[in-house]
Unconditional design. Structure first.
Lengths: 340, 199
């Protein structure tokens, strides 16, 4: 909308010099009947009541949006959260689970074709593992506490009752609001730790064309991280930034009040919070779906992957079969190292 | 059963803020919280109007719909109350409420929200009527004593009416009949343009 107005404005500016070519047009404008300006005071009053602040409204009370009598946008937030975010978010997570169970049932786990070699290859350093698990732990705690707030009322209250759920929800909220503050720190650490190996390399697209080895014949060649893992990395970075920014706004209402003062699109504190809340919730659901997929692939589906993140080492055959280019690279390294 | 209603006659309200003060005093409301407020439109200008607003005790209340812990309940008198033992202070009711009624005392670090507080129609909360516990959490319970909310009782111009919805409408209708147009009766059904809900 605003963009649109900008372009119309620009177009108007560009057309200005043309006006001189049509002197008749100006005369026409002068002769036209002046617009009758007879505002209806009742209509003005009700516009003000609904928070359109071009009609001044004041109050002695100093609170958030106290001078606004009616906030019609509240209903939009209410229906977006209750009729879309909750049911559709729930559906998305269910569908992801069903796909996972289906793939596992049909395809079964991906085992090493040549069995275990017994030879271990170093894959992730202590630092890399620490950062990964820090982010993972925060994500799991934030995800569970967040989902509790989102789905607890329809799912848990019927089971455990309002009082017990009230205690759980209150704890969830405190934990979520506090640990959420650490999430961006872990995200930044993870970014610098892994970004170098997650840039685009030749062969990543071929990896996708082969469906990561699921389609067609032959192995899908990959470096340290395959195309799918790189997509996971970048989605994590961008969803992570989105969820952190919105999370910080929700955590510190003062930021929302500040946004109202600097951004003319928002006239009320509430509106900032409402938009922020929906964006946070939508990102959260998508992010959780993504990470559930990641956990499935790394822990259950592609066998032999998990040890790289726990012990830091993987079997040499796993490296050959799933990350052949990386394997030759580290073999080269260790031979170089070995040769004095 | 009576269906309790507030109605503020914008043709009468003179923005004296007596209702705000009466409410704060009667309910011992904490700092920074105002259950009732008076909003003035076009202050000092042509067509100035003031309206006193607090929780309108909606039927099918939006606050109750969004509360993640489902802590609202509606009394037999149609008063919307909530249970502070269950409330987690998430603020969602404030986003959903068309009238900005839910208030939050700032507790803890960074001005984080405490448990929600709002107008109770002077009807207390889930605790035993007029117990010390009830007064500490929710303020007065005048309804249990057969009295109406103090804000309306003390209104100097009788702009703010509170009580059984039928009686309140009768009084207002009578006024409108005497003085002509300007019916400014409103509730969330009007605010959200919901046909059939006069709440
Ligand atoms: C993995 C990361 C995260 C996930 C999955 C997540 C998920 C959620 C979910 C599902 C909700 C509830 C929405 C509702 O009830 O309607 C929520 C609310 C919230 N989140 Fe997050 N969140 C994450 C990260 C963060 C971060 C990084 C912060 C802060 C820096 C944060 C702060 C908040 C706050 C303040 C709320 C509102 C809770 C309330 O007011 O009760 N979240 N989050
Ligand atoms: S006015 Fe607001 S707080 Fe009161 S019942 Fe309606 S939605 Fe709930
Ligand atoms: S602040 Fe309390 S009453 Fe309001 S929605 Fe949250 S839990 Fe419910």
């Amino acid at each position: 909308m605003r963009n649109c107005r900008f372009w119309i404005f620009l177009l108007g500016l560009l057309c200005l010099p043309l006006a001189n070519l049509f002197p008749g047009a100006a005369a026409l404008a002068e002769n036209s009947v002046p617009e009758i300006n007879n505002p209806n005071p009742g209509a003005d009053l009700w516009r003000a009541v609904r928070g359109h602040l071009d009609t001044p409204a004041t109050t002695q009370v100093t609170g958030h949006d106290s001078a606004v009598l009616v906030n019609p946008q509240g209903e939009r937030w209410m229906s977006t959260r209750n009729d879309q975010l909750i049911p559709q978010g729930g559906d998305l997570l269910l569908v992801v689970l069903l796909i996972i169970v289906g793939v596992y049932a049909i395809r079964g786990p991906v085992k090493l074709r040549s069995g275990e070699s017994g030879v271990q290859v170093q894959r992730h350093s202590v630092n890399a593992r620490f950062v990964h698990w820090l982010l993972a732990a925060l994500f799991i705690v934030l995800g569970i506490t967040g989902l509790l707030l989102l789905f607890g009322r329809p799912l848990l209250i019927p089971l455990i009752g309002k009082s017990a759920f009230g205690v759980a929800a209150s704890a969830s909220k405190e934990v979520h609001n506090l640990l959420g503050l650490l999430f961006p720190i872990a995200l930044v650490l993870m970014f610098f730790n892994l970004v170098r190996r997650n840039l685009y390399e030749k062969g990543d697209l071929t990896w996708f064309a082969k469906g990561g080895g699921m389609l067609g014949k032959g192995h899908a060649s990959a470096g340290k991280f395959n195309g799918g893992e790189k997509v996971l990395f970048w989605l994590t970075v961008f969803l992570g930034i989105g969820i952190s920014v919105t999370g910080y706004i929700l955590d510190f209402p003062a930021i929302a009040s500040w946004i109202v003062t600097v951004c003319p699109d928002f006239s009320q504190y509430r509106h900032v919070m409402e938009y922020t809340h929906i964006v946070h919730g939508v990102i959260a659901v998508v992010f959780i779906a993504l990470v559930v997929g990641h956990i499935f692939l790394a822990v259950f589906f592609v066998r032999g992957t998990l040890s790289g993140m726990t012990r830091g080492q993987v079997d040499a055959n796993w490296a050959k079969e799933h990350h052949d280019r990386w394997y030759t690279e580290v073999q080269g390294d260790s031979e170089e190292n070995r040769a004095p | 059963m009576a269906r309790m209603k507030f109605l503020c006659d914008a043709e009468r309200c003179i923005e004296c803020n007596g209702c705000v003060t009466a409410c704060k005093n009667e309910n011992d409301i904490p700092w920074g919280v105002n259950r009732r407020r008076v909003v003035t439109i076009n202050d000092g200008d042509h067509g100035e109007r003031s309206i006193s607003v607090a929780c309108m005790h909606c039927s099918d209340a939006p606050c109750s719909t969004v509360c993640p812990v489902d802590c609202f309940y509606t009394t037999n008198d149609g008063v919307v109350l909530h249970d502070k033992d269950i409330c987690i202070g998430c603020g969602y009711c404030f986003y959903a409420c068309p009238f900005g009624a839910p208030q939050f005392p700032e507790t803890g670090a960074f001005g984080s929200r405490g448990k929600m507080d709002k107008c109770t129609f002077c009807a207390g909360g889930p605790e035993e009527n007029n117990s010390a516990e009830e007064h500490r959490k929710y303020g007065a319970n005048r309804l249990a004593e057969g009295k109406l909310p103090l804000c309306a009782e003390m209104c100097s111009t009788k702009a703010l009416l509170a009580g059984d919805g039928d009686k309140v409408s009768d009084i207002f209708r009578e006024r409108v009949m005497y003085r002509g147009a300007g019916a400014l009766q409103w509730g969330w059904g009007v605010a959200y343009d919901k046909q059939g809900i006069k709440g």
